[in-house]
Design a protein around this ligand. Structure first.
Ligand SMILES: Nc1ncnc2c1ncn2[C@@H]1O[C@H](COP(=O)(O)OP(=O)(O)O)[C@@H](O)[C@H]1O
Ligand SMILES: [Mg+2]
Length: 450
């Protein structure tokens, strides 16, 4: 039987990729997991290679040398660069859309045009490639705020919600004249400001079949009670009790299925995960944006809750046979994931601090610690140590039937980890209460509850 086993190559270096490698490594089908470029923790479950996630020729060479039976592309950049197409052209089975599918995420103007064409509910918008025209349009706007977005990939930093004309002009100049987001800001969108609760839905598709994943929710802002700047995500929980089955079904019917239909009608060969960011407005769910890869830290919670072997699912998505697999089973438990961040994050996180307590953290009941911005160093006396190497350092996950218990375990595990400048949000999984509190604060006149 061993001869039927195959290698799996995972591309990326975040908590998302650690979680994917951790789960893939448990599969009976897999002989070896290889991850490139990895981080300080993925080496526990995979063999690490040193090819960067955007080194397309290097990755193709690595795939040719290793001959994996499945390649999983984690982050958006290599997808936007067409890595999946190039690997498929070499005969590999790849989880992740090609460049055309990835444009749903890598060009906001493109994705809005597609949504418009296929009548998918979203905020109305205009796109501009000259700052003068954009400012001229803004001068005529009578409703504020307006939302200004760099068109391209801006690592979650390219969106400005502008309260008035003066702010909006500063944003346009920052993006288009000062080049704050490089070529991602060569063109911009100006969108209608829509209001409501934000939510998201994740689904796997091979272009034909759609497999909706369990509800999962991240916490974007850096501070407790949803205050401060946006981050890549400070924590995660799944399932999402405040998102009723009825609403989730509504999102599936009114947004997800039409989006899959859109891909088909546009003849976009999409084999991977479609992640739709939504606003639940009074007029129903509306799309904020598409992403074409797993969210990080959402992936960590999904992977923890998935009971079934992940490999047949990823392989069927890559293969176009998603319709013939068994329905995946999910743990009927809550997963809480707390991101351990580094002082200064998101603006300028400190790096290079030694991390202790990882083993003790992993010994807490049900806890699994996924690494993100970490690195393995050799010390002068020849030992190995793990040091911080990015703004989001770890995702500490824990599970329990009872959500409170899952949360208690996650923070117990988090508290065992030591490094200089460590911080987290203390309200992960308590989004509802946190929001209510921040609305209260605002109504009492404290600006933004800060
Ligand atoms: N039209 C809009 N109306 C109100 N808020 C918006 C709108 N578009 C985006 N936002 C807010 O900005 C955040 C980031 O926007 P998004 O399009 O998801 O960009 P990205 O995730 O690529 O930075 C959203 O999560 C939402 O909070
Ligand atoms: Mg977003």
């Amino acid at each position: 039987m061993t001869s039927d086993k195959f290698k799996v190559l995972v591309i990326g270096s975040g908590g998302r990729e650690h979680a994917l490698c951790w789960k893939i490594a448990k599969s009976e089908l897999v002989s070896e997991v290889i991850c490139t470029p990895g981080n300080g923790g993925i080496g526990d479950v995979a063999r690490i290679e040193r090819v960067a996630a955007t080194d397309i020729p290097g990755l193709i060479q690595l795939a040719k040398a290793e001959q994996p039976g499945l390649i999983v592309i984690g982050p958006e950049d290599p997808l936007a660069m067409g890595l999946a197409d190039k690997l498929r052209a070499e005969g590999f089975k790849v989880f992740g859309p090609g460049a055309e599918g990835a444009r749903l995420e890598s060009s906001k103007a493109h994705s809005k045009e597609l949504m418009d064409r296929h009548r998918i509910p979203t905020a109305s918008f205009r796109s501009f490639n000259r700052s003068g025209q954009a400012k001229g349009y803004l001068e005529g706007c009578t409703t504020w705020p307006q939302v200004i977005k760099a068109d391209g990939l801006a690592a979650g930093k390219g969106v400005y919600i502008c309260a008035d004309l003066a702010e909006a002009k500063v944003a346009v100049d920052g993006i288009m004249e000062q080049g704050r987001h490089g070529s991602a800001g060569a063109s911009i969108l100006i969108e209608e400001f829509i209001q409501g609760e934000e939510a998201s839905i994740f689904a796997l598709t091979d272009g034909e079949t759609v497999l909706v994943l369990e509800p999962v929710q991240d916490h974007k802002q850096v501070g407790d009670g949803d205050v401060g700047p946006n981050t890549g995500g400070m924590g995660v929980y799944s399932p999402v009790p405040e998102l009723s089955k009825r609403i989730y079904k509504q999102i599936e019917q009114h947004v997800l299925l039409p989006s899959i239909h859109m891909l088909r009608r546009e003849r976009i060969d999409f084999r991977g995960v479609l992640f739709i960011g939504l606003m639940l407005t009074d007029g129903g769910p509306r799309v904020i944006e598409y992403n074409v890869r797993f969210g990080d830290p959402e992936c960590q919670a999904l992977v923890r809750r998935l009971k079934s072997d992940i490999v047949p699912i990823l392989l069927a998505t890559a293969d176009g046979t998603l319709g013939s697999i068994e329905t995946p089973e999910w743990e009927n438990q809550t997963c809480i994931g707390v991101v351990a961040a580094a002082d200064g994050y998101p603006a300028s996180p400190r790096k290079g601090d030694r991390i202790d307590g990882l083993e003790a953290a992993g010994r807490v009941e049900s806890a699994v610690v996924f690494h993100a911005g970490t690195k393995r160093n050799r010390t002068l006396d020849g030992n190995e140590e793990i040091v911080t190497n990015g703004g989001r350092v770890l995702t500490v996950t824990a599970m329990a039937k009872d959500a409170e218990e899952a949360r208690r375990r996650a923070y117990e595990s988090y508290d065992k980890i030591k490094y200089a400048g460590k911080f987290c949000r203390r309200d992960i999984g308590r989004r509802r209460e946190a929001r209510a509190a921040s609305f209260d604060a605002r109504s009492q006149g404290a600006p933004g509850g800060a």
